[in-house]
Ligand binder design. Structure first.
Ligand code: SF4
Ligand code: SF4
Length: 195
């Protein structure tokens, strides 16, 4: 189907009416602020933003950060599932390799040598949080991320851990350790031999 393109009218081709219209809106707000003492910003639902930050509701999904456990240990085990699942490829993990730093807690084989999230790419979808087997990454409440360069918007491991803080109450690996110990002591029944 071919859609006919409407010809621009003389007024549209001149652009001047659109400019005048724009200035009339500016003048209307100027008049309200200066002569009537009303502040257009205060009349919006966000009120006094950015002087008074927006109150984030419970369950809001903002920027993803890494978290530590109650003992200050890194929870991430560098499994790279989040890197694999991230739709815009915002996560880049450098595994420790054979000579890399050892995990800073018991019962963890490794931790990432480097962990970066490009916040310019991140779409706050939450898939990294969903997929993480260690509950090591959480979308938090930060919604206003700023920086003066692209490089500044790539958050490294230390920055992600310091912004993420401690996620108290969850030490999944501890439960796993208990479960593993319980399984070690679990009596093995004699099963019929497989054919
Ligand atoms: S929130 Fe989504 S886009 Fe952002 S790092 Fe996690 S998986 Fe990637
Ligand atoms: S944050 Fe979670 S999913 Fe991502 S590498 Fe670390 S342990 Fe794996």
């Amino acid at each position: 189907m071919i859609v006919e393109r409407k010809e621009l009218s003389l007024a549209e081709r001149l652009y001047l009416p659109a400019v005048v219209n724009g200035f009339s809106v500016t003048w209307r707000h100027f008049k309200r602020t200066v002569f009537e003492g009303r502040n257009a910003a205060k009349e919006t639902s966000d009120g006094y933003y950015p002087e008074v930050p927006w109150k984030v509701e419970r369950g809001y999904r903002g920027a993803p950060y890494l978290v530590r456990d109650q003992e200050g240990s890194t929870k991430c085990v560098s499994c790279q599932l989040c890197e694999f699942v991230c739709p815009p490829k915002a996560i880049r993990i450098t595994p420790p390799g054979p000579d890399g730093p050892p995990a800073d807690r018991d019962n963890a084989e490794k931790m990432p040598k480097e962990f970066e999230i490009n916040m310019l790419r991140c779409i706050f979808c939450g898939l990294c949080q969903e997929v993480c087997p260690e509950e090591a990454i959480f979308l938090q409440k930060d919604y206003s991320l700023t920086g003066l360069s692209r490089a500044e918007m790539i958050y490294n491991k230390e920055k992600l851990l310091s912004l993420g803080g401690t996620h108290a109450g969850t030490q999944k690996w501890r439960h796993k350790l208990d479960e593993a110990r319980a399984q070690e002591a679990f009596p093995i029944e004699n099963r019929p031999a497989a054919h």
